[in-house]
Each structure stands twice: as structure tokens, then as C-alpha cells.
Design a protein. Structure first.
Length: 410
């Protein structure tokens, strides 16, 4: 009986902790599942991305002021002060670049959805495109739920790494993670980190996710089935395909905006085995993000060309049969009217042949989609930086350190 009571007494605190964590998780999820919270954080247009950059820079200016007040600009005993933290300029540059790219990606996503809406005739397919639009803009329950899941995950990671671990003293020794020694910089750093790693990162991940799993997946499945085909011929030479292809550039560029961190890390800390593993995985991720949409673009282009060439082939066959009939008729009776009809048919066949050859020669390069080559360059950039640093490490590291030292000392 006594042993049973002791066992219950020991298990009770564990049960309380489990119950508390469960209730906290439910409240956290319900908090982020609220329409107002989600819409407040979600970027519906590119201007929201620019405003987020402004807020991030204001927050880090407040960080600098807090470190100045709390004498945390330069610290000793192995603790990194604000001016010695090379991650700050790299982070601010990454946020600026990524949000500028995200602004363009948001506009390209809307343009791509509009382009798809204009090339479908079947009602179910048109309804699917409209569902994608509502999903991207969080106008349906599924979109809000999935975006809320991203928010909950990022907020949990942010809370653990930026709040709980520093409070218990199990983390890095920097100006932003010392609540006991420097409470004011710690408090202001929470605001800046929340803006970067929850607000900005959640929207970046969301638009990368919807571009790959909604737009390009929709294009891939429906172009193979023949339900969607985009006309590669257009009055300005680009056509609706350019709106789709720009998604590749902005998606890969947004994923590759973290290359600034790679430059700072590799050039400052050297090209070791761990940095090689990290840059290799990063490069393969970018290549994967580049290859799948590119394959989809080729599939859509082939389907669009096939849809254009089919009636032209029929017209060509019709005129060739007509010429054969006219030639046979001319042999039986030599009249000038027959010769004129043959000449007209030959002119028509020649024109059809030129149109057929022009359409058949259309490629991604011929319609001016230079974003493909830019995307390929971005995807191989991380590993290239590691190799460059391996060959020219000393000179480049000295230059990068000089630039960062000058930046943080301003």
C-alpha cells in the first residue's frame, strides 16, 4: 500500500507536466489558428514584405540602442558583443534580399494563377485554379490551417531557442542570449528574432511551399493529362509561359537568399568538413527546387506546341491532297485555271510549312526565358563558394572580415 502511494506521488508531477504541456499546445495552436492572427502575419501582397524589412531594421536599431545602454556592444570573457557579432550584418542583408525576392515571388504567383485562369476551358480545372488562389491567399480553411501549422512550428522553435534555452543557460554566449547579465538586449532581441524567424520566415516558406506543391504540381499533372496547355506564341514573343517560368527564378532565388550566411560562415570560419556537408546539402536542395519546376515547364511547353501543331498538320495534309487532285485533273485537261489553283495551294503549303517550323523550333531560350540560366547559377552557388574559399581562403577571409568589421563598427 505504501509503495503504491509512493508510485502515485511520483507519477503525479509527470502527469501534471504532461497535462500542462498539452493544454499549452492546444492554446498555442488555437491562438495561431485564429483568422485575425494569421491574416496579420500572412503577406497577401508584396508591400507587406517591404514593411516587414522596415520593422526588422527598426527592431535591430533598438537592439543596438539597448546594447549601448547596457554596455553590451563589446563584451569580454568569450562573450560576443553586438559589434563583434558578424551574424547581425549577414542576417540583415539576408532579410533585405529575401524580402525583395519574396515581393517579386508574390506578384509572380498571382500573375501565374491569372495566366492559368485564361488558358483552361473545362469547368473542373478552372475551379481547381480558383481553389489554388483561395488557398494561397488564405481565403479557405485548408490554407489557414496549413499556414497555422508553419507558424506553430516556427514559433515553437523560436520560443525554445530564443527564450527557454537562454533562460536556463544552455545556449551560446552572445549579447542576445544572456537574460540575467543583459536583460534589456535580451528583451529587444526577442522582438527582432520573432520578426525574422517567425513572420518573415513563415511567409517565405509558405510561398515556396505553395509554388512547388500547388502551382507546379497542378501544371505537371494537368499538362500530362492534356487538360492545360499554354500557348507559347504571343504578341510580345513571351506569352503566358514567361509568367510561369519567372516562378522558377524567384523560388530558387528565395531559397538561395541564405547564401549570404554561407558566405559569412565559410569565409570567416574556413572551409572545413562540416561546412562542406552543409553547402553540399544546401546545393542539392536548390538543385531539386530548380529541376522539378524546370521539368514541368518543358512538359507544359511540349503540350502547348502539340496543341498548336495538330491543326496545322491537318491543314497541311488537306492542301497536299488538294494539290494531288489538281495535278491529276491538269494531266487530263491542260487548262491555265488548274495551274493557278496549284500555285495557290503550293503557296499555302509553303506558308503552313514555315509556321510549323517556327512553332516546332520554339524553346525556352528562343522565347527569352533568361530566368532559367539565372536559376541554375543560384542553385550551384553555395558549393561554388566553398570551393572558391578552399582555393583562395586567406585573401577572401581577410577581405570579408574587413567589410564586416567596418559594417558593425559604423
Amino acid at each position: 500500500m505504501g509503495a503504491s502511494m509512493k508510485l502515485r506521488t511520483r507519477c503525479k508531477p509527470l502527469g501534471c507536466i504532461k497535462s500542462t504541456v498539452t493544454k499549452l499546445s492546444k492554446k498555442l495552436f488555437s491562438l495561431f489558428s485564429g483568422v485575425d492572427i494569421v491574416r496579420l502575419i500572412h503577406f497577401r501582397n508584396g508591400s507587406s514584405a517591404i514593411w516587414s524589412v522596415i520593422l526588422v531594421y527598426i527592431a535591430y536599431s533598438a537592439n543596438y540602442a539597448a546594447c549601448y545602454i547596457d554596455d553590451a556592444l563589446v563584451l569580454s570573457d568569450g562573450v560576443v558583443g553586438f559589434k563583434d557579432d558578424y551574424a547581425v550584418p549577414a542576417l540583415l542583408a539576408t532579410v533585405l534580399m529575401s524580402m525583395i525576392i519574396l515581393r517579386k515571388l508574390i506578384a509572380s504567383v498571382i500573375l501565374a494563377i491569372d495566366a492559368l485562369s485564361g488558358v483552361v476551358d473545362e469547368a473542373p480545372v478552372a475551379e481547381s485554379i480558383e481553389q489554388i488562389r483561395r488557398y494561397v491567399l488564405l481565403d479557405n480553411l485548408s490554407g489557414r490551417r496549413h499556414f497555422s501549422m508553419i507558424l506553430v512550428f516556427l514559433f515553437t522553435c523560436f520560443s525554445v531557442m530564443q527564450v527557454f534555452l537562454p533562460i536556463f543557460g544552455v545556449w551560446l554566449k552572445t549579447w542576445a542570449l544572456l537574460p540575467a547579465e543583459h536583460p534589456l538586449p535580451f528583451a529587444t532581441a526577442i522582438i527582432g528574432s520573432f520578426l525574422v524567424f517567425v513572420v518573415c520566415l513563415s511567409n517565405a516558406l509558405w510561398y515556396i511551399y505553395v509554388t512547388l506543391t500547388r502551382i507546379f504540381y497542378f501544371l505537371h499533372t494537368n499538362s500530362v493529362a492534356g487538360r492545360v496547355s499554354i500557348n507559347p506564341l504571343y504578341v510580345n514573343g513571351d506569352g503566358d509561359l514567361s509568367a510561369i517560368a519567372n516562378l522558377i527564378l524567384f523560388t530558387v532565388s528565395l531559397c538561395g537568399s541564405g547564401v549570404i550566411f554561407v558566405i559569412a560562415w565559410v569565409f570567416v570560419f574556413g572551409a572545413d568538413v562540416w561546412s562542406l556537408i552543409g553547402t553540399t546539402l544546401y546545393t542539392f536542395s536548390l538543385v531539386a527546387v530548380f529541376v522539378f519546376p524546370l521539368k514541368t515547364i518543358f512538359s507544359v511547353l511540349d503540350c502547348g506546341k502539340a496543341k498548336l501543331l495538330h491543326p496545322i498538320e491537318y491543314e497541311y495534309s488537306f492542301h497536299m491532297k488538294e494539290i494531288s487532285v489538281l495535278v491529276c485533273a491538269q494531266r487530263s485537261s491542260s487548262t491555265h485555271s488548274r495551274s493557278d489553283d496549284i500555285i495557290k495551294s503550293l503557296v499555302a503549303v509553303d506558308a503552313i510549312h514555315n509556321i510549323y517550323a517556327h512553332i516546332n523550333s520554339i524553346s525556352l531560350k528562343s522565347i527569352g526565358l533568361f530566368s532559367i540560366s539565372k536559376s541554375a547559377f543560384v542553385s550551384i552557388l553555395p558549393l561554388s563558394i566553398w570551393m572558391i574559399n578552399l582555393l583562395y581562403s586567406d585573401d577572401i577571409r581577410t577581405f570579408i572580415l574587413g567589410v564586416m568589421t567596418w559594417t558593425v563598427s559604423r
